[in-house]
Structures are given as structure tokens and as C-alpha cells.
Design a protein around this ligand. Structure first.
Ligand SMILES: [Zn+2]
Length: 96
């Protein structure tokens, strides 16, 4: 490690890390980063939207209890919301 980096390091976070939002702990930054990541992969967003749909009872067909396939999460689930926002972001980018 260079002398400069050694000097920047303080208690596990560098001065450079402190100057930017903490993606790992800030929920809004983490969500925006996830939306941006999925928006860069439109085929993944489309697959999430196809798999995470209302099962007709207000539950997500894609979010099931482990091992039994029973829908467990309310619809819209987190993955559906993520994919919808990513798709909207992609469409906004295309329109501009
Ligand atoms: Zn789901």
C-alpha cells in the first residue's frame, strides 16, 4: 500500500470512501444502484416482470416459500418493483 493510501485510511474507511454515499449501508443509494444495474440488463428486467406477477390472490407467483412453491410475498413484490423501475428508466433513456 502506498504512503498516500496509508495516510488516507482511518478506521476502515478511507477519506475517499467518506466523500461518497455508502452504497452498502444507505438504502436509497443501494436501491438506485440496483435499479441502474437492472436497467443496464433489459432482458433481466423483462424476465423479472414475466416471473413476478400477481397469482390472482394478491401474492407474487415468483416469490414462493422455499421448497413448496407456494406464493408468499404480497404483489407487487420487491423484485417486481425493481424491474418496473428499471424498465421505466430504460424507456425514459430511449425517449430522450
Ligand atoms: Zn416476486
Amino acid at each position: 500500500m502506498s504512503t498516500e493510501l496509508t495516510l488516507l485510511r482511518t478506521s476502515g474507511r478511507s477519506a475517499l470512501d467518506a466523500a461518497r454515499p455508502d452504497v452498502a449501508t444507505d438504502p436509497q443509494v443501494s436501491w438506485a444502484a440496483l435499479v441502474a444495474t437492472i436497467a443496464a440488463m433489459p432482458e433481466v428486467a423483462a424476465r423479472l416482470l414475466a416471473d413476478h406477477v400477481d397469482d390472482g390472490t394478491g401474492r407474487c407467483r415468483g416469490c414462493t416459500r422455499g421448497g413448496c412453491g407456494t406464493p408468499s410475498a404480497r404483489f407487487p413484490c420487491t423484485l417486481s418493483a425493481l424491474a418496473a423501475q428499471a424498465t421505466a428508466r430504460t424507456r425514459l433513456r430511449v425517449v430522450r
